[in-house]
Design a protein around this ligand. Sequence first.
Ligand SMILES: C[C@](O)(CO)[C@H](O)COP(=O)(O)OP(=O)(O)OC[C@H]1O[C@@H](n2ccc(N)nc2=O)[C@H](O)[C@@H]1O
Ligand SMILES: Nc1ncnc2c1ncn2[C@@H]1O[C@H](COP(=O)(O)OP(=O)(O)OP(=O)(O)O)[C@@H](O)[C@H]1O
Length: 287
Amino acid sequence: MLHEKAPAKINLTLDVLGKRPDGYHEVEMIMTTVDLADRLSIRPSEDGKIHILSSDRYVPDDRRNLVWQAADLLRKKAGIRSGVMFTLDKRIPVAAGLAGGSSDAAAALRGLNRLWNLGLSLDELAEIGAEIGSDIPFCVFGGTSIATGRGEKLRHLPAPPNCWVILAKPAIGVSTADAYGRLNLKTMEHPATAAMEAALKAGDYEAMCRSVGNVLEPATMGMHPEVAMLKDGMKRFGADAVLMSGSGPTVYGLVSSEARVARIVNGLRGFCPEVHAVRMLGEIPLA
Ligand SMILES: C[C@](O)(CO)[C@H](O)COP(=O)(O)OP(=O)(O)OC[C@H]1O[C@@H](n2ccc(N)nc2=O)[C@H](O)[C@@H]1O
Ligand SMILES: Nc1ncnc2c1ncn2[C@@H]1O[C@H](COP(=O)(O)OP(=O)(O)OP(=O)(O)O)[C@@H](O)[C@H]1O
């Protein structure tokens, strides 16, 4: 039996540069993994099939699961006929903007590469993952990167300065396609991606906080006003910077001092069902 950790990601920035002929959007975004992770256990199955046992009843256990799709694609590419049994301990909120499913799929690729002794590099696994979802290549590596293209072209960046990340997810799920679909390419305000990259290189916490931005925020807030309310609450309770992650609806707050974390978490629990205080993971954690 093999074990892989599948950490959540947050977007420090998310910019859209235009619409592509394939219907996707050309993005430029800085993402980093945080210490909230699903656990994936992997063992061979005698019947030649792919099985998924999930701890979360809202997560599909069949071919709709990104873990299933990753295993199926890797099997085809590697010409393997063996079956596999996954046990998925879900801790990342589902449909939250935290790339939970993508990270599970990336963990499946890393784990199966070991189980089947395929000897593929992380670059090769990321390329295979990109055929299933735009966030999977980033999740194969973890750490901190700037992603371009559809999200699959990655350049590694230094870890963010040490701080706490408070994640708050309202009781709604957001479809990523809907959020992109509602984007107004003409009126959107672009985030300061270059300033964010410079802040990470300088290890400058205040500059990082000043540079967060996500063009999908107004699009998702238009469908779900709860997201704007949660952002206001998080600011009022004292977070240094507040942003929606990915296509939402999870909102995160950055906090430098541990003393403020409990106050913000307790304040939010009053009106938000799911709140987690976690650390940034820093450097690539997944080996
Ligand atoms: C919002 C983010 O999570 C930020 O990291 C990603 O951009 C989305 O990544 P993802 O969930 O892996 O997305 P995919 O499964 O590849 O695509 C889901 C849907 O999102 C839209 N989509 C996604 C990525 C992209 N660069 N442009 C898009 O327009 C498309 O409508 C697509 O059908
Ligand atoms: N392993 C998985 N874990 C969670 N959801 C999954 C998984 N595989 C497929 N799904 C489906 O994908 C949908 C989106 O779930 P997920 O948690 O990956 O969203 P997300 O965090 O918003 O992703 P992203 O940030 O990459 O857009 C769910 O509604 C679920 O039905």
